[in-house]
Design a protein around this ligand. Structure first.
Ligand code: 5GP
Length: 189
């Protein structure tokens, strides 16, 4: 998606040739006009899939997910991160290891918000090792719902996440795919 590549070129910062910092438009400050465009692009790619709900994980997925929900006219749910794994019968839960923060998070979704038979589109900001996205699929499956597909804003294709998800049978739609970082530059697939 060219408008996203242009934004990354203009404002993205490559850290240690492994991480991309996009705090100025996606992860801390948000560019609303760009968010609308990202939402419309995902909605276009999934327009024939009868999506009934969008699911993401707090916090960075929420801005994009709500724009997808707006474009598809469906509700948006986000996984909450909880501090402890307190047993609660009213939630679906899983544990997600965070690549950037080097910590595990216990995440939950209230059972009443996700029901069997729903067709759920998963959204996240980045795809690296696939932990966050797989955690989202686990929640959908616990609910007896179906994963319509996984929409990713920025895929780092040099990490195994996309391949892992595709091997598990999920459709992955990434708006940009990064092949590598070199000397602070972003190289696309
Ligand atoms: P994964 O679970 O696929 O290993 O990593 C995806 C999660 O880690 C995303 O939800 C995102 O928050 C974070 N992440 C992974 N790589 C990057 C990166 O290069 N830049 C930023 N800003 N976040 C990243």
């Amino acid at each position: 998606m060219q408008v996203l590549k242009d934004k990354i070129e203009a404002e993205g910062v490559v850290i240690q040739n492994s991480l991309l910092k996009v705090d100025s438009f996606l992860n801390h400050q948000l560019d609303p006009e760009l968010m609308v465009k990202l939402g419309e692009e995902f909605a276009h790619r999934f327009k024939d899939n009868k999506v009934t709900k969008v699911l993401t994980i707090e916090s960075s997925g929420i801005a994009v997910a709500i724009m997808v929900g707006l474009a598809l006219k469906v509700p948006v749910v986000f996984e909450r991160k909880k501090k402890s794994a307190v047993c609660n019968d009213d939630v679906y839960s899983t544990t997600v290891y965070s690549f950037t923060k080097n910590e595990s998070n216990y995440v939950t979704v209230a059972k009443e918000l996700l029901t069997a038979g729903e067709n759920v589109m998963i959204i996240d900001d980045f795809l690296a090792n696939g932990e966050a996205a797989l955690g989202l699929t686990h929640i959908v499956e616990q609910a007896g719902a179906h994963v319509a597909g996984i929409g990713i804003v920025i895929e780092k294709s040099f990490q195994p996440g996309a391949e892992k998800l595709q091997k598990a049978g999920y459709r992955v739609e990434s708006l940009v795919r990064i092949k590598s970082f070199s000397n602070g530059q972003v190289n696309y697939v």
